[in-house]
Design a protein. Structure first.
Length: 80
């Protein structure tokens, strides 16, 4: 059983946490002495999410073209 199944925590949840940090930072919720810690966590979280997204894109099929389209659709018809 992986961590996601045990905790119910997903990448979408982590993206939401990132958005929360962005909003509360813009609103000035943190004290100046807390900014280093919050910023370091934000950087780690953003890096993790970027790496996760890159890994997901790498696993996606390289050729995402529909298979039901004719292979030579762009070639002009004879006589044109």
């Amino acid at each position: 059983m992986d961590n996601q199944q045990q905790t119910g925590l997903t990448v979408a949840d982590l993206m939401f946490v990132k958005q929360i940090l962005e909003v509360v930072t813009k609103r000035g919720v943190f004290n100046a002495e807390e900014l280093t810690t919050v910023g370091a966590f934000y950087d780690k979280l953003a890096g993790f999410l970027s790496a996760t997204e890159a890994a997901a894109q790498a696993q996606a099929p390289a050729d995402a073209t529909p298979t039901d389209a004719p292979a030579d659709e762009t070639a002009p018809a004879q006589g044109e």
